[in-house]
Design a protein around this ligand. Structure first.
Ligand code: GTR
Length: 327
């Protein structure tokens, strides 16, 4: 692999400057996303690209490769660390095995509400977790919303924790989520997102877990008709940049990237809220059985062993305590 040759793509794109002559992109940053065009994360990075282009006088462009064109999340993370991919919008989950701090916002039931999560991520704790990426050849830029994740399956309505016993669910590629599912009495199969649809369809797994927009946009709702809103996770999305690509930029251009990323978050949150409602409406219209009347207390209690196993390091213990202290 030739490191860095794909970044700052040689193929310069052409940018229409506001009402004047055409300017060439001197730098084109390639950005990865597993979701389809139009999904709130893809739209947010496109928005960031518009800001970056405008603020750099047309010199810097961002090209978003959506729909996993550059690969599944775990692989694209490695490519981003190597500078082959410049920007990457990924869930926190696939970082869990390499960046311990990302396990904290990935803990089940760590956030009390969307509001609580926003306050945490917008404050010192969020900044400290983003800073942790820099020890891993990455620059943590900003967070996006991902709602809450709940179980869906093709077999039966799950109305209590007991119904999960022995069932097989796909989880993201993170040991934390394997242990989380085991603690609930079910079996977890970590696999890339792109393999979930066919795995449910062919019965390799009974189901998976995700938020409304992913359940809908992936088509999983077509093969897994039962969705139980136990809301066990609220794993934020994160936008990262390859440290190698970042270090090639001037200080001024780095500042443009950092600010534009931050400015894309409110746009993402607004789009997210709208998409969550639209996805729910579409799934309900399809006739899926949505189980909302579920006692979450046993689910929350069952998560203690997961906390005991993963929150042992004093640095992580402190992050958990700080999150819990945020009102
Ligand atoms: C989605 C998330 C994706 C991906 C996917 C998954 O909610 O937006 O980045 O992580 O879940 O379950 O793999």
């Amino acid at each position: 692999m030739k490191l860095g040759t794909m970044s700052f793509a040689a193929a310069a794109c052409t940018v229409a400057m506001a009402g004047s002559a055409l300017a060439e992109c001197e730098i084109t940053l390639r950005s990865s996303d597993t979701h389809a065009d139009g999904y709130p994360t893809v739209a947010a990075v496109n928005h960031m690209g518009d800001l970056v282009k405008e603020r750099s006088g047309g010199r810097i462009c961002i090209e978003v490769f959506h729909s996993a064109q550059l690969g599944e999340e775990k692989d694209t993370i490695e490519q981003t660390q190597f500078g082959v991919i410049d920007l990457n919008r990924v869930s926190m989950g696939p970082f869990n095995n390499i960046i311990p701090e990302t396990q904290v916002p990935s803990l089940p039931y760590i956030f009390r509400s969307t509001d609580h999560m926003h306050k945490v991520l917008d404050g010192d704790v969020g900044a400290d977790i983003l800073a942790a990426f820099s020890n891993h050849d990455l620059v943590g830029l900003t967070y996006y919303d991902a709602g809450s994740r709940s179980f869906y399956n093709s077999q039966k309505p799950i109305t209590s924790m007991d119904d999960l016993a022995g069932m097989k669910f796909r989880v993201m590629q993170s040991d934390l989520f394997v242990d989380m599912v085991a603690a609930l009495g079910a079996n977890a199969t970590p696999m890339p997102y792109g393999e979930v649809y066919s795995s449910i369809q062919t019965g390799v797994i009974d189901g998976a877990e995700n938020n409304w927009p992913s359940y809908e946009s992936s088509g999983h709702f077509e093969v897994a008709g039962y969705y139980t809103l136990d809301q066990h996770l609220m794993v934020p999305e994160v936008l990262v940049m390859s440290k190698m690509s970042f270090d090639k930029l001037s200080a001024e251009d780095q500042a443009i990237i950092l600010q534009a990323a931050k400015d894309s978050t409110p746009v993402n949150r607004e789009l997210w809220a709208a998409r969550e409602a639209a996805s729910e409406e579409k799934v309900r219209a399809a006739g899926n059985e949505i189980i909302t009347d579920i006692d979450k207390a046993p689910f929350v209690a069952a998560m203690q062993p997961v906390y005991d196993k993963y929150v042992t390091d004093p640095a992580l213990q402190s992050l958990v305590a700080r999150i819990q202290a945020v009102e």
